[in-house]
Design a protein. Structure first.
Length: 573
C-alpha cells in the first residue's frame, strides 16, 4: 500500500507494540501529529508540559515495564529539550526511541528557523541515531531503531526526520504479526548483525567461573542494574541462597534482591551501608553482576577490594577492566550465564563469613532514629511510605539527599519498582518518570520522592499529572536547601553555603491548589504518617509537603577518593 511518511511512522510504532508516546507538538512535526490525531484509537499520546518531561516519562515507562519507551518533539528547541532525558537514559541503559522532525531537506544546513543538527548533538549520548532523508528508508530505520534500543545493553536511539519526508508517499509493506523485522534486517546488513550479536561463553569458561566461586571463602556479590535488564533476579536469588553469599547492591541494583532477605547488605559505596562496604573490602571474591564500578561505588580504586579477586560478568565488554581491573570475566547475557552456572555451584554455609557480615549490619549511625523538633526523620518517612504503599508500588526519586535516603531506607522487594537517575544524576528526572510509570501501569500505584530543589525544576508537570488524573503521591522532601550540595559545602567549603538555601517560594499549597491537586503538610513523624496514609488512600494526585531539618545529613558517607571502608558514621559539629 502507498502511504505518506507520517502514516509509516504510525504503522511502525504499532508493529513494535507501542501503545503510548509522550511528546509536545511544533511546526516541523505537525504531519506526524496529524497522523496521531487520525490514529488516536491505536496510539495514546500524552501531552507533557515540556519536552524534557516527555523524555523522562518515556524513560519511566521503559524502566517500569522493560519495554521501549517513545518520546517525540519538533525541531530546534523541541529537539534540544529532549537531550537531558536522552542522556539520562543512555547513562542508565534504558531502551528509548526519540523521534524528532527537522526542517525540510532543501533547507538543511542553511540555519533555517528552528533548525538544529540533533543527530550531531546526540551522537555521544545515543546507542545509535539516524537522519532519514528518503521516505523509502523510513520503515527499515524504525525497525532497526527499536531492535538496537532493546538488544544487548539497551539504550536510547534517536530518529530525525525532515518535514518533507513525513509528507512524501511510498509503498509500505507491513510486517507479519509478531515479526519485528530483525531477520530481514540482519540478512541485508552485516553491520546490523554485529550490533545484535551477544557473546556466549564456552562451557570451559563457565566451569572455571564456578570453580572460582566454589573455592572462595569470603565471597560477596556486587549486584547492578544489569540484573533487572536481563531479568535475572530469580537466578541471582538462587545463586546467593545456594552458596550463602551476601549481596551488596549498586544504586541501580537496589530493587534486584529482596531488601529484607538475610543475605542482603543493601547499597555499597559512598553512602552504602557499613555491611556492604566492609564485605567488599574484606572479601576474597567480588562477583560483579551487571554493574559498572561507578566512582561513587569504588571510592579509591587502588584500595577497592584489594584482597579480592574481582570477577566481572556483563553483556558489555567495554565495561570490563574500565574502572577496576578484573581478575576474571565473562561477557554475555547475565540471565543465560547464571542459568548455566547454577548447576555447577556447590552448596556452602560460609558460616564464619556471614557471622562477620551480620556484625557489620549492626553498625548504623545514631541519626537513623534521631527525632528533631518540627522535622520528619528521613528513615521514618521512607519506612512509613513502605508501610502503606507495600512492595508492589513504584517509587521514583529526583536526585539529592532524598534519593540517597530512599536507597538507604526503602526495603525494595520487587524488580523494576525503583526508578531513579543513577549515572547522570538528573535533577528534574523523577516527576516525568513517575508519570511514565503510572501510565504504563494504570492498575499500579506510584509514589514520587522529590527534594524541594529538584521539584522546582519540573513542577510544571503538575499540569500533566492533573490533566490525566494520575494518582501519584508526591512526597515533597522540603528541607529548604540543595541538601547534597550543602553537605559538600559543610565538609569541604567551611560551611559557606553559597546559593544552596531555598528560603523563597513557591507556596506549595497554593501551587497544588492551582492545579487542583491534593495537598497536606507534615512537620513531625506523627503528622507524616497521618498525612501520607490519607493521601495514598485517596487515589488521586497529591502532594505531601514533608518538612525535614535543613541540616539532616546523609550517613554513612565515604569521602570521595578515600577507601569505602573509611566511612563517616557521625557528623559531630
Amino acid at each position: 500500500m502507498k502511504i505518506n511518511g507520517s502514516q509509516i511512522v504510525i504503522e511502525c510504532l504499532v508493529e513494535q507494540g507501542v501503545d503510548t508516546v509522550f511528546g509536545y507538538p511544533g511546526g516541523n512535526i505537525l504531519n506526524i501529529y496529524d497522523a496521531l490525531y487520525k490514529n488516536a484509537d491505536r496510539i495514546n499520546h500524552i501531552l507533557t508540559a515540556h519536552e524534557q518531561g516527555a523524555a523522562h516519562a518515556a524513560d519511566g515507562y521503559a524502566r517500569s515495564t522493560g519495554k521501549v519507551g517513545v518520546c517525540m518533539a519538533t525541531s530546534g528547541p523541541g529537539a534540544t529539550n529532549l537531550v537531558t532525558g536522552i542522556a539520562t537514559a543512555y547513562m542508565d541503559s534504558v531502551p528509548l526511541v526519540a523521534i524528532t522532525c527537522n526542517v525540510g531537506t532543501p533547507l538543511l544546513g542553511k540555519d533555517t528557523f528552528q533548525e538544529i543538527d540533533i543527530t550531531g548533538v546526540t551522537l555521544p549520548i545515543t546507542k545509535h541515531n539516524f537522519m532519514v532523508k528518503r521516505v523509502e528508508d523510513l520503515a527499515d530505520v524504525f525497525r532497526q531503531a527499536f531492535i538496537i534500543a532493546k538488544s544487548g545493553r539497551p539504550g536510547p536511539v534517536l530518529i530525525d526526520i525532515p518535514k518533507d519526508i513525513t509528507a512524501k508517499e511510498c509503498e509500505f509493506t507491513p510486517l507479519a504479526k509478531g515479526d519485528d523485522g530483525a531477520a530481514t534486517l540482519v540478512g541485508n546488513n552485516s553491520n546490523f548483525k554485529r550490533v545484535m550479536t551477544v557473546a556466549v561463553p564456552s562451557d570451559e569458561e563457565i566451569q572455571a567461573t564456578a570453580d572460582i566461586i566454589n573455592n572462595s571463602q569470603r565471597p560477596v556479590i556486587y549486584a547492578g542494574g544489569g540484573i533487572k535488564i536481563s531479568g535475572a533476579e530469580k537466578e541471582l536469588l538462587e545463586l546467593a541462597e545456594k552458596a550463602n553469599i551476601p549481596v551488596a547492591e549498586s544504586l541501580m541494583g537496589r530493587d534486584v534482591f529482596p531488601a529484607n532477605h538475610p543475605l542482603c547488605t543493601w547499597m555499597v559505596g559512598m553512602h552504602g551501608t557499613r555491611a556492604s562496604n566492609m564485605a567488599v573490602t574484606e572479601s576474597d571474591l567480588v562477583l560483579a553482576l551487571g554493574s559498572r564500578f561507578s566512582d561513587r561505588v569504588i571510592g579509591n580504586p587502588k584500595t577497592f577490594a584489594e584482597h579480592a579477586t574481582v570477577f566481572h560478568i556483563d553483556i558489555d565488554p567495554a565495561e570490563i577492566n574500565k574502572n577496576i581491573p578484573a581478575g576474571g570475566q565473562l561477557v554475555g547475557d547475565l540471565k543465560a550465564i547464571l542459568k548455566r552456572l547454577l548447576p555447577l555451584i556447590k552448596k556452602n554455609a560460609h558460616s564464619d563469613w556471614l557471622k562477620k557480615v551480620n556484625e557489620w549490619k549492626k553498625e548504623v549511625p545514631a541519626v537513623y532514629s534521631e527525632v528533631k523538633p518540627h522535622s520528619v526523620n528521613p528513615k521514618f518517612m521512607l519506612e512509613t511510605v513502605h508501610k502503606y504503599a507495600g512492595d508492589e508500588t513504584f517509587v521514583t526519586t529526583e536526585v539529592g539527599e532524598h534519593q540517597m535516603w530512599t536507597a538507604q531506607f526503602y526495603p525494595f522487594a520487587k524488580p523494576r519498582t525503583f526508578l531513579t537517575s543513577g549515572g547522570l544524576g538528573t535533577m528534574g528526572y523523577g516527576t516525568g518518570a513517575a508519570m511514565g510509570a503510572q501510565i504504563a501501569n494504570p492498575k499500579g500505584r506510584v509514589v514520587h520522592i522529590a527534594g524541594d530543589g529538584s521539584f522546582r525544576m519540573n513542577c510544571n508537570e503538575l499540569c500533566t499529572i492533573a490533566r490525566y488524573n494520575l494518582p501519584i503521591v508526591i512526597v515533597l522532601v522540603n528541607n529548604g536547601t540543595l541538601g547534597n550540595v550543602r553537605v559538600w559545602q559543610k565538609l569541604f567549603y567551611e560551611k559557606r553555603y553559597s546559593h544552596t538555601t531555598l528560603d523563597f517560594g513557591p507556596d506549595w499549597a497554593k501551587l497544588a491548589d492551582a492545579y487542583g491537586i491534593g495537598y497536606v503538610k507534615a512537620e513531625n513523624n506523627a503528622e507524616f504518617e497521618k498525612a501520607f496514609s490519607k493521601a495514598f488512600a485517596e487515589k488521586k494526585p497529591y502532594i505531601v509537603d514533608t518538612i525535614v531539618d535543613i541540616d539532616e545529613m546523609i550517613l554513612p558517607m565515604a569521602i570521595p577518593g578515600k577507601p569505602i571502608d573509611d566511612q563517616m558514621m557521625s557528623w559531630g559539629n
